[in-house]
Design a protein around this ligand. Structure first.
Ligand code: ZN
Length: 289
């Protein structure tokens, strides 16, 4: 089975599999940093129309603006069905998305889209200033204030199709991760965290998520966000993807790290060979220009 994927910036990924376009956390609207606290922000319709011409399903991990705010616009234009928490569904409804395109889900649920089985897993979210955990604002108006995208629950997703497994791991905890062939996970964590996560997932390919500075315009090459302040020099530095890659390889030496260019299609082929009765799996990543 072949899977085509694109990284859409931030935590956004598009998967083309089983004849469907499934998008996780689309966020192409790049606000200015001060807009986290001030003013209202409309989705970047030009960017969404250019880069997301079609979509069948959207999986939202949680309702914060950098994961959820572009989902209503895409759903209204493409008729995609959006799957998300109660807060995500309330935001979609307030934005005018028809109820038959809104699917409320909870951790522990599993459901099918086409032949793809989607499992909803609980995820731990870090505390961050400006990002709220609360009930939805019943008076939410659009364009909305970014602080109105309030989170209730956060989810990871496992997609299974024809025996292959893709894990979108949104959690800051490494506990309880299932096995998968392809893993996307946070780009900044300790060596021990990656060792624990990869020891459970045993992926063949790992892709970092949520590492770029989404306050920069889409026209610019993605630049890493600042990592959390740390003891040592320098105390504040940008996320280092080279360090991510080396930690992944050290945690799982047979693993491939894919650092996709934004909006570029990658074709991932899964195939298996039988060798003297033992089942051996190979993996290939091809870039599509
Ligand atoms: Zn968040």
């Amino acid at each position: 089975m072949t899977i085509n994927l694109r990284w859409l910036g931030n935590a956004g990924f598009e998967f083309k599999m089983d004849g469907l376009t499934v998008i996780v956390d689309p966020f192409l609207t790049r606000p200015k940093a001060h807009q986290v606290y001030f003013g209202r922000v409309a989705p970047d319709q030009a960017a969404l129309q250019k880069h997301i011409p079609r979509c069948d399903h959207i999986l939202v991990t949680h309702a914060h603006f950098d994961h959820c705010m572009d989902a209503p616009e895409i759903a209204l234009r493409t008729d995609a069905i959006v799957h998300g928490s109660a807060n995500t569904c309330a935001i979609l409804s307030a934005a005018g998305v028809p109820l038959n395109q809104i699917h409320s889900i909870s951790a522990g649920d599993s459901f099918y889209i086409g032949n793809i089985r989607v499992s909803v897993l609980p995820a731990a979210h870090p505390w961050l200033p400006g990002y709220y955990y609360a009930k939805p604002n019943p008076a939410m108006k659009f364009p909305a204030r970014l602080r109105d995208y309030r989170m209730d629950a956060c989810y990871s997703y496992l997609l299974e199709c024809e025996g292959r497994r893709i894990l979108i791991w949104s959690s800051t905890s490494s506990a309880g991760a299932p096995r998968a062939d392809l893993l996307t996970c946070r780009a900044v964590s300790s060596q021990g965290w990656y060792a624990e996560l990869l020891g459970q997932v045993k992926p063949k390919v790992v892709i970092p998520q949520h590492w770029d500075d989404f306050f920069q315009p889409l026209s610019a090459n993605p630049r890493p966000f600042f990592a959390s302040p740390r003891l040592g020099f320098p105390p504040i530095a940008r996320i280092d993807l080279g360090e991510f890659e080396s930690r992944i390889i050290k945690a799982s030496p047979g693993c491939r790290v894919l650092l996709p260019e934004i909006f570029r299609f990658y074709e991932i082929d899964f195939f298996a060979n039988s060798d003297k009765g033992t089942h051996r799996q190979c993996f290939r990543v091809d870039k599509h220009r």
